[in-house]
Design a binder for this molecule. Sequence first.
Ligand SMILES: NC(=O)c1ccc[n+]([C@@H]2O[C@H](COP(=O)([O-])OP(=O)(O)OC[C@H]3O[C@@H](n4cnc5c(N)ncnc54)[C@H](OP(=O)(O)O)[C@@H]3O)[C@@H](O)[C@H]2O)c1
Length: 264
Amino acid sequence: MPITEAFSESLRAHPLYTWTVLGVVVLGIVSFFLLLFISAPYGRHVRPGWGPTLNAKALWVIMEAPSPISFAVVYFMSDNAFAVIPLILFGMFMLHYVYRSFIYPFRMRGGHKQEPLITGVLAFGFNTANGSTNAFAITELAPHLLQTSWMADPRFIVGMLVFATGYVINQHSDAILRNLRKPGESGYKIPCGGFYRWVSSPNYFGEIIEWTGFALAAWTVPAAVFAWFTAMNLVPRAFSNHRWYQEHFGDYPKERRAIIPFVL
Ligand SMILES: NC(=O)c1ccc[n+]([C@@H]2O[C@H](COP(=O)([O-])OP(=O)(O)OC[C@H]3O[C@@H](n4cnc5c(N)ncnc54)[C@H](OP(=O)(O)O)[C@@H]3O)[C@@H](O)[C@H]2O)c1
């Protein structure tokens, strides 16, 4: 079916869902171009002039929690919630987001940083839209996920492997960063080991791989849009981080790339 026809049909049947997915596509494009010129004001790029601030750990919970919560609420509204493959995809999403929302912020080291509320508000909106549209598509709009034969489909098998690879790279890279600081320290050091041998932001590289794998395994529009949005958000951020390292450390490894080993 041509894409315009599929869009009109989806708009007729599920207007809120369709507009929300389209909104995330547009947000991805806008974010990419904005973030190429303006570094999002959190972490090492935090700076005054972005309005009211909040404790960074609290902000992480507030902005990330809508993702697993909205996903779980919409997911369990469906009669298909206990089908095997949707349950596997539910597990993958929760594996990442329960950790990211409720555990990761409390493992971050760096003292009691204050960060602008605006970043949390924007992420809150994105995460609510992303979690709910993904759950709706997996349970209600993807007949292939209700047939166990999908488990033997190369898209599902390769997607699971890609997801697992991205997950390990993301977790391992975040652990290297965390261990750069002793409890109570807040400065920055040059990370080494793992994928840091090749790139400045391997945690972002892993995250993009992870959601690309999820998109392959789920084979739904919102999952593809999520992978696309993650890349649109994290590639420019990785460029900013890479520039930041080069400006702050004279001995920063010259061969290291920003986000994709040997390429970018
Ligand atoms: N799906 C998405 O669109 C999305 C968006 C954003 C983030 N994420 C994920 O969330 C996680 C964190 O993202 P982030 O942007 O906060 O990552 P980040 O900038 O790499 O920072 C991660 C943590 O490590 C600390 N850190 C970073 N570089 C350091 C260094 N050179 N020396 C010592 N400590 C250092 C940071 O401290 P400071 O806070 O003090 O800088 C922060 O606590 C990543 O896994 C990322 O993939 C996903």
